[in-house]
Ligand binder design. Structure first.
Ligand code: B12
Ligand code: SF4
Length: 461
């Protein structure tokens, strides 16, 4: 056995995400590739275990890592730096690495801001991490490994990007066995997987497509259903979430996937997210027949000019049509609305809120505040115009205004965000509709109604 690697999911420094924990697929894939190549790996998932930094320190003292790799999307970036600092303090000889969506576009800055950090891995990480670990294992120099940014004296070396993995089938399934699945499943009995990387669109606010590329790379249907079947048979898994950014871009492939699920007689339920312009009623029906129960989608805005400004590439008519089909077929829709994109006015934001209520009047609506993630054109625009008002990445969870424009102030955005939820959940017709769906739905809707009615909203004043 060669070097030992510890991979870490940092804790939230403030306001934990409300989502129940599950093995993050990024760390799962990295670990699986290392294991396949006979390196020993363990995972410290501070979110799943609810570890504080003190708990992490106690835990990392017990382990003997030669490499500590930490995942760092924007919201966890500050926390990831803290984890790197503790790791180096405890194991000064361990090589420390950060990877993920934030540091990919904040690579030199991360090295500047965190003296204890040795290597930043940019974009897709599996083979870059493997090469780093292999070279370290053979005591070879790592400074020219592609896909990384590193120190060289007082300067930085920005090595070329690593080409994307062409054949995703060659990756092993995520190493979920490194997590305490029993405890995770007690919180939510759901298995997460991803079948594609990249997207054909190029929305201005999206970090994912800048990470994984504007080409839609797909796993074969056999390979995807093998993973489903493996989880079904090994863990008796029945509920799945596909984390793909746009699950149905290749509609023919989605049909084939559904056929294969049915052919193998997997009695499963699943949900997925996609673009509203990449579904048809026929496809949705086939998906339902294969166990699909719900669909989330980026509705983003009810105003065509704002949608065009985002380069979302959809029309409000497409959204109306797609959500009508979803509802007619009895699938659960979860439209996501993005409030405050540059160019948004009070009027257009209110129109989006009403649009969401019109096209998807029951179940849930999800409102996000436009957040400028490094690496996106939206971030560049916000910085260039001097609109940024909050640079603490702990707050970049899309629930708080981060910037203001001449059209919309921070205060107005706060008010709009609160109003959006209040407006959605305090419609008497909404509560009635939800009671028609059953006791649980009606009860929750009533609870929400009372909660939001009591909440003060300046929009009504
Ligand atoms: C599933 C998902 C979630 C899940 C779980 C997140 C998770 N930890 O996996 C939940 C629902 C909790 C979630 C929440 C949020 N999410 Co989210 N989510 C996703 C989604 C759709 C898939 C993630 C995934 O599994 N990707 C596939 C794996 C293989 O990729 P990966 O995790 O990036 O890992 C690879 C590389 O990054 C790298 N890597 C990562 N870590 C490390 C570490 C080391 C040491 C190395 C070497 C390499 C490395 O190698 C990995 C393998 O190739 C992505 C979009 C996407 N396509 O990635 C958005 C995405 C990650 N989410 C995003 C956002 C904005 C959020 C929220 C703020 C949204 C919100 N309103 O609450 C929160 C923030 C939570 C957080 N912890 O940051 C943005 C992140 C932007 C950014 N700069 O951080 C993304 C990219 C979506 C987008 N369109 O831009 N999300
Ligand atoms: S459709 Fe979704 S994944 Fe594709 S670029 Fe737009 S936001 Fe990103």
């Amino acid at each position: 056995m060669g070097l030992h690697v510890t991979l870490v999911n940092p804790p939230y420094r403030t306001r934990p995400h409300q989502h129940p924990p599950f093995p993050p697929l990024g760390i799962g894939y990295l670990a699986a590739v290392l294991e396949k190549n006979n390196f020993s790996v363990d995972v410290i998932d501070c979110q799943a275990t609810r570890y504080t930094y003190d708990d992490y320190k106690r835990e990392i003292v017990k382990r003997k890592p030669d490499v500590v790799g930490v995942t760092a999307p924007t919201r966890l970036y500050n926390s990831a730096k803290e984890i790197i600092k503790i790791s180096k303090e405890v194991h000064p000889n361990a090589v420390t690495m950060l990877g993920g969506t934030h540091v990919t576009f904040w690579n030199e800055k991360a090295l500047q801001e965190c003296p204890q950090l040795d290597v930043v891995v940019r974009k897709e990480g599996e083979y870059t991490l493997l090469e780093l670990v292999q070279r370290l294992d053979e005591s070879k120099d790592i400074t020219d490994v592609i896909g990384t940014t590193q120190r060289k004296g007082n300067a930085f070396v920005f090595n070329a990007d690593r080409p994307y993995i062409e054949n995703l089938d060659e990756l092993p399934f995520p190493a979920r066995h490194l997590w305490d699945l029993d405890s995770i499943r007690q919180q939510e009995d759901m298995f997460y997987l991803i079948t594609t990387r990249g997207c054909t669109a190029w929305c201005n606010f999206c970090a994912a497509v800048r990470m994984f590329g504007q080409r839609y790379r797909v796993r074969s249907i056999q390979n995807v259903v093998d993973e489903l079947e493996f989880l079904y048979k090994t863990y008796n898994a029945k509920n799945f979430t596909f984390c793909d950014d746009a699950f149905t871009v290749d509609m023919k492939r989605t049909e084939e996937l559904c056929e294969e699920i049915n052919k193998r007689d997997l009695k499963i339920k699943w949900n997925m997210g996609t673009r509203v312009d990449r579904v048809s009623k026929e496809l949705l029906q086939k998906m339902k027949n294969a166990g699909c129960v719900s669909m989330w989608c980026g509705l983003e805005s009810g105003t065509q000019e704002v949608l065009n400004g985002m380069r979302k590439g959809i029309s409000t008519d497409q959204t109306k049509k797609a959500l009508k089909w979803v509802r007619e077929l009895g699938l659960k829709p979860t439209p996501n609305v993005l409030l405050g994109y540059p160019g948004e006015t009070l009027e257009s934001a209110l129109k989006s809120i009403k649009f969401a209520e019109e096209v998807s009047p029951d179940e849930i609506a999800y409102y996000n505040i436009a957040t400028p993630y490094p690496g996106t054109p939206m971030y560049d625009e916000v910085i260039k115009n001097g609109w940024i008002r909050n640079t603490n990445f702990d707050d970049y969870d899309a629930t708080q205004p981060i910037f203001e424009t001449p059209q919309l102030s921070i205060q107005e955005l706060h008010t709009l965000y609160d109003y959006a939820f209040k407006s959605f959940y305090t419609r008497p017709r909404y509560v009635l509709r939800m009671w028609r769906k059953g006791f649980r739905s009606g009860y929750l809707a009533t609870k929400n109604y009372i909660y939001f009615k009591r909440k003060k909203s300046e929009m009504h004043q």
